[in-house]
Ligand binder design. Sequence first.
Ligand SMILES: [Zn+2]
Length: 492
Amino acid sequence: MKSIAEQRIQIYNSLSGTKEEFVPLHGNMVGMYVCGPTVYNNVHLGNCRTFISFDIIFRYLKHLGFKVRYVRNITDAGHLENDADEGEDRIAKKARIEEIEPMEVVQKYTVDFHKTLAKFNTLPPSIEPTATGHIVEQIELVKQILDAGFAYEVEGSVYFDVLKFNESSTYGKLSGRKLEDMIHNTRETSGQSEKHNPQDFALWKKAQPEHIMRWPSPWGDGFPGWHLECTAMSTKYLGKHFDIHGGGMDLKFPHHECEIAQGEAVSKCSPANYWVHANMLTLNGKKMAKSTGNNILPDEIFSGKNEIMERPFSPAVTRFFMLQAHYRSVLDFSNDAMLASEKGFSKLMQGLSLLDSLDTAKETTGFDFVEWSQKCFNAMNDDFNTPILIANLFDAVKFVQNVNDGRESITREDLNDLQKTLHNFVYDVLGLTEEQQGGDHYLEDALQLLIELRNDARKRKDFHTSDKIRDELSKAGIVLQDGPQKTTFTLK
Ligand SMILES: [Zn+2]
């Protein structure tokens, strides 16, 4: 098996459309920027999937010994309702509807975001900067883009000149769109907007009198454009050129495309070497949307208070469910898929709990520990393929069950190695926790008691009672298995 330092990762780079070997710019140090949430409502499950996907990347890089600076921003200003630089600021709109201060909206939903991600056991980023905390840097960046000749001012607003940029670079290279097609497909006729061209985007917007989130600038009172904040903050904390830039698939265009244009306009190089995008989550085969009611919030899953799931599922089971798909695949959330994940998760955890009580022997049969460990690394090295890793973990669990049932054997040394590697991958890399559905250690304790009562009944030859316990549990979907050492249970 290769040592940890010898593991080589391949990352799918959205910019090139291929998997590339990951080589950090600065030796052992990795800079990673992930676009964070706009904090104007409760974080939805699709966003959680994105942040869990990057949590896995963060955890695995750390596991391999990289020193990672993970920057994930909070968008607390500048994100308008639509991508054409029109409409209300999302946070200001919510503040108006709820009749509270914009910063109360920001506080309320930032707390919700942190609490929800903590339930999913995601690690906090190294730095979590806010847009409103970096207005000075954003104004400075607008000045630099103006000085470089890639922006123009109109009536107190500053716009990025996409056509000018496209003369010396390629606008659309990340999303694979061609500027000429974009122009051709635009319905907007000239004269309707103060922009020179509809493809231009706002770096700084003049605040209308009713706009409450406003800051003074060389161009008058206004607020920064959404794309600008990420360039300002990634540059400040990671430099003009860093390793990984990530976000949800929906951010590829225009958000990330605009970030590349802004970065290249001032530094002549693409901000990041690897652009990584997590795919979306659907619900019962359809896009999740509040407007259609095809929507579920994380807390509604954990509490069971929803119309879609037949019962509550824990954050750990929900996380496990997400990891059973590759981050670049669309994943469909449904009651049946969650029931299957709960079963799988419980099987994995039962396998881990057996490790402490296994008897060891003089030889290990039926399992090549070295080969298996490398397969686990290979799965993660191949663009963080968690479903393949999980399949390998189940191979180990099956072997552990065979040892427990007396069909295979393991040496003390192999058992120690197996335990260590399983713990590393399950707890450190996948970030799974032992808790089960709704604090289910109560259920587990109660089951252990029933197993003891049944075994006592069998010793007394009271087969009426022992069979009744087994049969009734089976009817409830819990199957008891009598091994040579002890009785275990699995969920049907
Ligand atoms: Zn961003």
